[in-house]
Design a protein around this ligand. Structure first.
Ligand SMILES: NC(=O)c1ccc[n+]([C@@H]2O[C@H](COP(=O)([O-])OP(=O)(O)OC[C@H]3O[C@@H](n4cnc5c(N)ncnc54)[C@H](O)[C@@H]3O)[C@@H](O)[C@H]2O)c1
Length: 260
């Protein structure tokens, strides 16, 4: 059922996005790969996927802080590979600092990449999905779309925002065969959190792995980080026909973090 569909995964050059790309490619889903990587590296990555999985791929490194770049990259990608059936808004960045000292440029970047970019990609993808009467929009939010943590004002604002956006899109699309959901992960083992681990290692004078364990267990009852592929598998389930009634949901995948 999913073979031959087209998925755009923003931020699929690393971490969760890259793992999700492998999971979808295994099903024969054609991919628009995207992320901050040189053109040469990105084309090589796209070619690798195409050969390994016998699918169509395109790559683009549009900077998601720029709405015009998003629009033109999506136009070009859809021209080449077809309209988008599955949209996964995954790209994101983090910066930690208390609100008083939070740098304005970091605030603006986090809101642009982690929230506004998803609005722009949804606006561009929805008309094609409406025409086909089928679509899946999956926004990678975070537990920080459900609860707050100190030093994460911009990240929590963006992630709570994307949960709200998801709900509205689900309501507006409910009669059109399109579902919109947000996945809210706890700790996932990706480069995104390395700075936070290094800061703990320095502060507590412990090695990287001890700092990683301390970071996870400070908030999350399940004392281990998630493998990014677990999120890919959850995404695949949300794309399936069995999940067609799951829409407008913010779905925690967080080792009981938000059960407390
Ligand atoms: N790692 C975690 O513990 C965790 C937990 C909850 C939610 N998340 C969310 O999951 C998503 C993926 O994060 P990850 O952990 O895989 O991070 P990552 O750092 O491994 O990957 C981030 C991706 O976003 C892309 N990106 C960053 N800035 C960009 C920009 N300006 N323009 C275009 N692309 C840009 C990068 O190129 C990369 O492909 C993010 O939205 C993040 O907030 C992560």
């Amino acid at each position: 059922m999913l073979k031959g569909k087209v998925a755009l995964i923003t931020g699929s050059t690393s971490g969760i996005g890259l793992a999700a790309a492998h999971v979808l490619a295994e099903q024969g889903i054609n991919l628009i790969l995207h992320g901050l990587m040189s053109d040469q590296e990105g084309q090589a990555l796209a070619q690798e996927f195409a050969q390994q999985y016998n699918i169509k791929t395109v790559f683009d490194n549009a900077d998601l802080r720029d709405p015009e770049s998003i629009s033109s990259f999506m136009d070009a990608a859809m021209q080449e590979i077809g309209t988008i059936d599955i949209l996964i808004n995954n790209a994101g960045i983090q910066h930690t600092e208390n609100a008083v000292n939070f740098p304005l440029n970091k605030w603006n970047d986090i809101i642009a990449i982690n929230l506004s970019a998803a609005f722009h990609t949804i606006q561009k993808s929805l008309p094609g999905m409406q025409k086909n009467n089928w679509g899946r929009i999956i926004n990678i939010a975070s537990v920080h779309g459900l609860v707050g943590s100190v030093n994460k004002s911009a990240y929590c604002a963006a992630k709570h925002g994307i949960v709200g956006l998801t709900k509205v899109i689900a309501l507006e699309s409910a009669e059109q065969g399109i579902t919109a959901n947000a996945i809210c992960p706890g700790w996932v083992d990706t480069p995104l959190i390395n700075d936070q681990i290094k800061a703990i290692a320095e502060k507590e004078n412990v090695d990287f792995n001890t700092a990683k364990y301390n970071l996870v267990t400070a908030k999350q009852p399940l004392p281990e980080m998630m493998d990014p592929r677990q999120i890919g598998e959850f995404i695949l389930f949300l794309c399936s026909d069995s999940a067609r009634s799951i829409t407008g949901s913010a779905l925690p995948m967080d080792g009981a973090w938000t059960a407390q």
